[in-house]
Design a protein around this ligand. Structure first.
Ligand SMILES: [Zn+2]
Length: 233
């Protein structure tokens, strides 16, 4: 199987579905980790120009831990809008990866880049299948299921699918810790220790499904994308 996970910023996938991706990778599936925004607003003292380079390197390091291919970005932070240009770029990410499953943000998440990513990815997944919609890559004619990953802190998210990530929980944390530039920033600006967030969310979703640590998802159920399979491959 090929799994394409598309987050807004470098580090979102690690926080919200990194364990599931690590688990898939260990089972021999091919993983693509894409981020649509370049992370240029994720700091205070480091310039945006430097942040773009640093965060690209951090994203690649994290993806490397689970032998995933890192893709993106296509826009600056807070510069992502549901435009034709952005949709064409996301269509090309999907057409390049040819996934069997797509994972992205919930449109109930907490900030515009996450919400718009969820919407653009959903729209692009449909668009990517149309042969007459011309972009750099040829159409990917498979209509594949799209899954929303948890929102940050699980707010306004009712999961329908859980993945036990107990055995890969340390890898998930290591993946996040590749994003060194973000640890201090998130602690200061968001008033939240990201490792505490990862621990708490993992345990909370774990308690809900009877394991130590879990990640939660919800399939975007619309016509043509419902399949008799779930995320526990
Ligand atoms: Zn984010």
């Amino acid at each position: 199987m090929k799994i394409l996970a598309i987050g807004a910023h470098p580090d979102d996938l690690e926080i919200l579905c990194g364990g599931t991706l690590a688990k898939y990778s260990q089972k021999g599936h091919k993983i693509f980790m894409a981020h649509l925004c370049n992370g240029n607003m994720g700091g205070k003292k480091i310039s945006s120009k430097q942040l773009i380079k640093i965060r690209d390197k951090e994203a690649k390091e994290s993806a490397g831990l689970i032998k995933a291919e890192s893709l993106g970005p296509i826009a600056g932070d807070l510069d992502l809008y549901p435009t034709k240009e952005m949709r064409m770029k996301v269509v090309d990410i999907i057409r390049y990866a040819k996934p069997d499953i797509i994972i992205t943000h919930s449109i109930n998440d907490y900030m515009p880049d996450h919400i718009i990513t969820g919407q653009i990815v959903f729209d692009s997944a449909f668009t990517s299948t149309l042969p007459l919609y011309k972009t750099k890559y040829p159409a990917y004619e498979n209509i594949v299921p799209v899954y929303s990953m948890d929102t940050v802190a699980g707010i306004r998210f009712e999961p329908t699918i859980y993945v036990d990530i107990t055995e890969v929980f340390e890898i998930k944390k290591k993946m996040f810790l590749c994003h060194k530039s973000q640890y201090k920033w998130l602690k200061g600006h968001h008033n939240s220790d990201p490792i505490n967030l990862i621990e708490s969310m993992g345990k909370f979703r774990g308690v809900q499904c009877g394991v130590e640590y879990a990640e939660a998802f919800k399939r975007v159920d619309v016509w043509g994308r419902i399949r008799p399979l779930d995320l526990n491959l």
